[in-house]
Ligand binder design. Structure first.
Ligand SMILES: Nc1ncnc2c1ncn2[C@@H]1O[C@H](COP(=O)(O)OP(=O)(O)OP(=O)(O)O)[C@@H](O)[C@H]1O
Ligand SMILES: [Mg+2]
Length: 255
């Protein structure tokens, strides 16, 4: 089967900084893939490149087998099957519109009847622990954690086949973090979504991803199935990262 995302030798510099320094990886369809690494290792840059928001200096990215094209039309078309959850949720919300307007746009894009879309939205908001009334608020009237969940709701509402989430649990209460991870897993399984989770939290990646890569200074330093990757990392750097997240090497809960 064609990979959901395949990246070969991605290179991108910002002045002196090699944000991406020869990244290659392949993400099989329908799987959950983790990208971990310390701050500044290039995770968000890689995500922006995959979304076509950042051009590579060199290398190639294919989405479902098709090379990434940087036209406005291609960007718009891609939105229907690849959805981001940005590290900064404010980036997904427009300050001057009520959240309802943002959600209604999804119905327009999907050409879905208003009532059906709002029924799906009601279920998603409920699972994210958001009150239904949240859609009548403006972004500045909700908390940071709520804004993150609203951004996630909007991305899920689009029924993407690929979802890329950059630090999806940042700023959320621990109890809500668990609910969110379960929701993402449930939706991935029921809708056969490919889920890419970017996080500096190895515990989260260990919990939900099948495969992961470890990035450092724009390079993939190691990767593989999360069980073996985190149980017996080859790289000293991965061991350092693991040391910051005690308990990650314990076996995965089953069921
Ligand atoms: N627009 C930009 N202009 C200049 N430098 C940039 C830009 N975006 C990223 N960088 C640099 O590229 C490197 C990788 O940044 P990136 O945001 O991808 O890291 P990250 O792994 O997402 O970090 P974090 O965990 O803090 O989110 C960093 O050195 C950063 O300073
Ligand atoms: Mg980042």
């Amino acid at each position: 089967m064609t990979d959901a995302i395949s990246i070969s030798n991605a290179q991108l510099r910002f002045g002196e900084t090699a944000a991406l320094d020869g990244v290659s990886l392949a993400i099989p369809q329908g799987t959950c893939f983790g990208i971990v690494g310390e701050s500044g290792s290039g995770k968000t840059t890689l995500m922006r490149a995959v979304l076509g928001l950042q051009k590579l200096d060199q290398g190639e990215i294919r989405i479902l087998g098709n090379p990434l094209v940087h036209s406005r039309a291609a960007l718009k078309q891609r939105a229907s099957f690849i959805q981001p959850i940005f590290q900064d949720p404010a980036a997904s919300l427009s300050p001057r519109s009520r959240i309802r307007t943002l959600m209604n746009e999804v119905g327009t894009v999907l050409r879905e009847p208003h009532a059906a879309m709002h029924e799906r939205l009601r279920v998603i908001l409920n699972r994210l622990g958001l009150p239904p009334g949240v859609i009548d608020k403006y972004p500045h009237e909700i908390s940071g954690g709520q804004a993150r969940r609203v951004a996630i709701a909007r991305a899920l509402l689009m029924k993407p086949s690929i979802l890329i989430a950059d630090e999806p649990t940042a700023g959320l209460d621990v109890s809500v973090q668990g609910d969110l991870l379960n929701l993402l897993q449930d939706i991935r399984r029921s809708d056969n979504i490919t889920l890419v989770v970017i996080s500096h939290n190895l515990a989260i990646v260990r919990l939900i991803a099948e495969n992961a890569v470890v990035m450092r200074a724009g390079k993939v330093v190691e990767g593989g199935e999360v069980g073996s990757l985190f149980k017996s990392p080859r790289e000293a750097y991965t061991r350092e990262l693991l040391a910051a997240w005690p308990g990650v090497t314990q076996s995965k809960p089953t069921g």
